[in-house]
Ligand binder design. Sequence first.
Ligand code: CP
Length: 330
Amino acid sequence: MKFSGSHILSISQFDRSDIERVFEVADRMAPYAHRQRVTKVLDGAILGNMFFEPSTRTRVSFGCAFNLLGGEVRETTGFETSAIAKGESLYDTARVLSGYSDVIVMRHPVSGSVAEFAAASRVPVMNGGDGANEHPSQALLDLYTIRKELQHQGRSDLDGLRIAMIGDLKYGRTVHSLCKLLCLYRNVTVVLIAPTELQMPPAIVEQLRSAGHTVLESDVMEGSISKVDIAYSTRIQEERFADRAEADLYRGRYRLNQAIYTRNCEPNTVIMHPLPRDSRSEANELDNDLNDNPNLAIFRQADNGVLVRMALFALILDVVEQVDKNARDV
Ligand code: CP
């Protein structure tokens, strides 16, 4: 794909060489993210960071990534602080805010809304999550994390990956984007563990099978996570259900803890989760007793979000080769 000036709306925009390019640039961002070097390559540039749904990691890491490249961040959080609450359309909001920003990141509860906004925007727009649809930057950081964790184990190849996805696969946009991304690789085994009502959408399962992957579906976790490199847990997406009572039907169905991990998983199985994990006792899909497990990658995964998002900004704003030229050692 041509990165310069492009919107990032779906992971389907990327081919395998694009992914390698993002990961190569993300690796180059590490000295800046770790405060060993400082760059001002985006000095004077403004990110419009618009989050109409709750977010900790995506909102803050996109903002940090832009700051680490020398740019400034203007935030809109929640409909109630935006003129959308007065009836302004996405079209008008996009026309106006794209006059104030060099790039925009947007999260919105409605599937397809970020694409609608982007169509009216005069600057590149990145999808920070649109309803249950997609979360492309999360899929990139997830795959970047998988690659790093496997490299740490001495494995160099994503082909042949074995991954279990556990939880709310119907509404979980991170797993939707990750499955689409995995279609670019070869011979992947994907174990989909969910209550029948919350299984992966059939169109995405079909995409995985069309890519030649082995797809196994189960509603039982124990036994289904015994032969995987990655156990990727997800939260029940309560905000997508009609009410809390409906979400309660599924909450707590799959709880991964140290005892279950030891009993079922291979010694090197990496545990991932896009976060937030629901730590309430009735949910607790990833128990705190895993916190000292060296294979729990959830915080390394969140840290990697900064590197990948710095890479996306540098590529889209076409400043990759200027990053080091505008830099100094700390
Ligand atoms: N993974 C993720 O999207 O987290 P936030 O909801 O905190 O942004």
